[in-house]
Every structure is written in C-alpha cells, then in structure tokens.
Design a binder for this molecule. Sequence first.
Ligand code: NDP
Length: 253
Amino acid sequence: MCAARCNSVLVTGCSRGIGLQLVRELAKSSSGPATIIATARQPADCTALQELSQTCPGVQIVTLDVEDLESINVAQEKVRSIVGEKGLNCLINNAGVEHSMDIHTITPEAMMKHFQVNAVSPLFITKAFLPLLQTAAAQSSGMGIHRAAVINISSILGSITCNWGEGANFKSYAYRTSKAALNMVTRNLAADLGSDGILCMALHPGWVRTDMGGPHADLSVEESVSGLLNVLSQLSDKDHGGFKDYRGNNLPW
Ligand code: NDP
C-alpha cells in the first residue's frame, strides 16, 4: 500500500491472525501509510502488537470491542483525535468469529453471535467512522484508498452462488449466513456511500493458516496479506460495490 496514496488505515481485530499481519506489513513498508490504527478488544494482552507499536511510530493501538456500541463510540473519538483534519482514508473491518456448526449442532445463540460480530458490527463501525471517512473523501477525488474506502473482510463461504454442488460440503450455518449478510451490508454501503466518494467492497483473504483457518489451510498469513495489500493498492471506481479475493479475482455473490 503506497503512502503517497493513503495517509491513514484502521484495521479491526489486530490481536492475531490476518489483522496482526496486515499491521505488520503496513508498518514495515517504507511506502506504507503514515498512520496505522490497530484495534483490539484487549490490547494489554497483545504482546506482538505492543512490540510493533513500540518499534514503529506510525502504529497506534486503540481499544475496540466490535460488539459493544459504547466501545465503538469511544474508539471513534480516539481515532478522530489521531487523524485530525485529514480524516480516515481506509477502514478495514477484519475482526470475525467462526465456529463450525451443522444442522445438528447449530443454536440460536451461535447464529446471533456470528451475525453480531461478522455483519452487524462492521455496519455500526462504518456508521460511527463515517464522518472521518467523509472528511478524508472531501479532500481528494477519484475512488480508492488514496481517498476513502471501507473494506469488509468477508469469505467465499458467504457466497450463495458458491454454496452449491461440490463446494457445498462444508455446512457452517452461522458463519456462512453471517458472511452472506456482511456481503449485503457491503452492497448497501456501496449504494449509500458512493456519492460521498467512499469506495466500499468485500474481500476474501483465501483459506489462511490462522487460529480460524487452522493448520491445514492453503495459505500462510504472509501470502494472504501480501495479496490483500496488493489488491487494496490497486482499487479504483471499477471495484466499488465488488467482491474480490486476495488475488484480485472477482467472486460471485
Ligand atoms: P482469527 O481467529 O485468527 O482472528 C480473529 C480476530 O478477530 C482476532 O483478532 C479477534 O480478537 C478478533 N475479534 C473477534 N471478536 C472480536 C470482538 N468482539 N471485538 C474485537 N475483535 C474481535 O481469524 P483470522 O485472522 O483468520 O480472520 C480474520 C478475518 O478474515 C475474519 O473476518 C474471517 O472471517 C476472515 N476470513 C478468514 C479466513 C481464514 O481462512 N483464516 C478465510 C476467509 C475469511 P481476540 O483475539 O480478542 O479474540
């Protein structure tokens, strides 16, 4: 991600996995954003993130429990004071949960938890940070992370089209439905915020070896994040309202 094209980025869920690696890569790039806001619900427990913020002055840690509206509002105030008049260029809604549950094990509580974290929270975080994104958007033109963008980290498992035939053998009700809902949240945001010049899209990171993806996944977290950042750096108006994977391929909703 090129600094000349993006001054500030906020990533949710940076205690581990893809979120932590996104912050690592952004911080080590000489052309990375000047301000990298890494959020976590319990920063005191995040040793790797704390070490990163001590060695990289651009990395600022902000407490954010994505399920808690009060926490979202407090985080927004803090971020407003960090980014100031420049506003926020890029919001990456990355935090997520996944518990595999089939028709026999699924519960209403599990459904609601997944909907809250994976679909409702990204919507309300975007809503809270909208004034900061609008401030950034008003200072530039065109579409992309150089101006303002909302990137929702979704999953191909949320694709209704792909959940059929050979790909349909993994029946994780709560996760798949919550990511399908996130995809629709993304399309709604794109329809709403396009006129403000805020690019909105959904991005699938691939199947990645994290706590969520497990040890047998296809990709290392480095491979996934390198691809994601490459895609992010090239986004333009053509990608607004789209669903892509970490290689930049368009995915079916
Ligand atoms: P991990 O399980 O490794 O990390 C999940 C992150 O989300 C953690 O930082 C966790 O924080 C955070 N989180 C969960 N709940 C909350 C909350 N209430 N408030 C704040 N943070 C929270 O997952 P990945 O890194 O693999 O996944 C990142 C994103 O990528 C997710 O949206 C996931 O759905 C998506 N994805 C991942 C794939 C994979 O193969 N790994 C495939 C497709 C999509 P804490 O440490 O506090 O729990």
